[in-house]
Write a protein that binds this ligand. Structure first.
Ligand SMILES: Nc1nc2c(ncn2[C@@H]2O[C@H](COP(=O)(O)OP(=O)(O)O)[C@@H](O)[C@H]2O)c(=O)[nH]1
Ligand SMILES: [Mg+2]
Length: 234
């Protein structure tokens, strides 16, 4: 049986699935978004994502919405431009009433810095962790003989901290996963959607909406301020 069909036969609580991809630049957010939606070209991979982009597709007879976001730079704390921070804060407003899951992309071949991740993720509030799944990307780059479970278990303190914050939720994806780069990979997407459903059940199917409203209000007040500033200077 096709993996997507088996997902469609599983007990379903969510009539649709809404996801937001967050992470450092070049961790593979846009690629992962394409893999989830089953086609390359939904999101522009390999180029800097300047603004949030929302795309939708039916996956296993469920409408899946994915919001791709600009990533933050690896490096010094506090160096992320306000523009990127604003995009992160408003990403959740692009899939009202809020995403079921935030997928935090982490490359398997790069050291994780929890403080840096936290600085950006908690722009959405401390409640963000309840809805976050660690999405390991570049799964094809795992060291030979090491599977994702071993990679996670042998990860350093920063990774363990993130894992604990996400109550052990993680998934791995790599080139070839998803309909875009080969049909054999769709099982990985199916598994991911099942994990999202499971987490949503734990969250009583409540979307990540509280912060969404708070930050939408914040955003509209920023925009209003900018507009009034424009009017003042012209
Ligand atoms: N080998 C490998 N390369 C990947 C994978 N995912 C993304 N890439 C490459 O990593 C680069 C950045 O990917 P992209 O999705 O644009 O990252 P983003 O900046 O986080 O959106 C691109 O050149 C992709 O082709 C993966 O799973 N495996
Ligand atoms: Mg991108």
């Amino acid at each position: 049986m096709d993996a997507h069909q088996s997902f469609s036969k599983a007990p379903r609580r969510l009539p649709e699935v809404r996801l937001v991809l967050l992470g450092e630049r070049e961790t593979g957010k846009s690629c992962a978004g394409n893999a989830i939606l089953g086609k390359t070209g939904f999101f522009e991979a390999g180029a800097v994502t300047e603004e949030c982009v929302r795309q939708q597709a039916e996956v296993a007879r469920v409408m899946v919405t994915v919001v791709d976001t600009p990533g933050w730079e690896a490096g010094v704390a506090g160096a992320t431009p306000e523009r990127v921070k604003r995009e992160i804060m408003c990403s959740v407003a692009l899939c009202p009433p809020g995403p079921h899951a935030l997928l935090l992309t982490l490359r398997v071949d790069t050291l994780v810095r929890a403080g840096h991740v936290r600085e950006h993720l908690e722009l959405l509030g401390e409640g963000v962790w309840r809805h976050t799944i660690l999405l390991f990307t570049h799964g094809d780059q795992l060291r030979e003989g090491v599977d994702i479970k071993q990679h996670v278990q042998s990860g350093g303190r920063d990774l363990q901290w993130l894992l604990e914050k996400c109550r052990g939720r993680y998934h791995v994806i790599g080139s070839g996963d998803g309909g875009g780069r080969g049909s054999g990979g769709s099982a990985k997407v199916t598994e991911l959607l099942e994990k999202v459903e499971k987490m949503a059940t734990m969250n009583r199917c409540e979307a990540f909406s509280y912060c969404c409203h708070r930050h939408c209000l914040m955003e509209s007040s920023i925009m209003a301020r900018e507009r009034s500033h424009d009017q003042t200077v012209t």
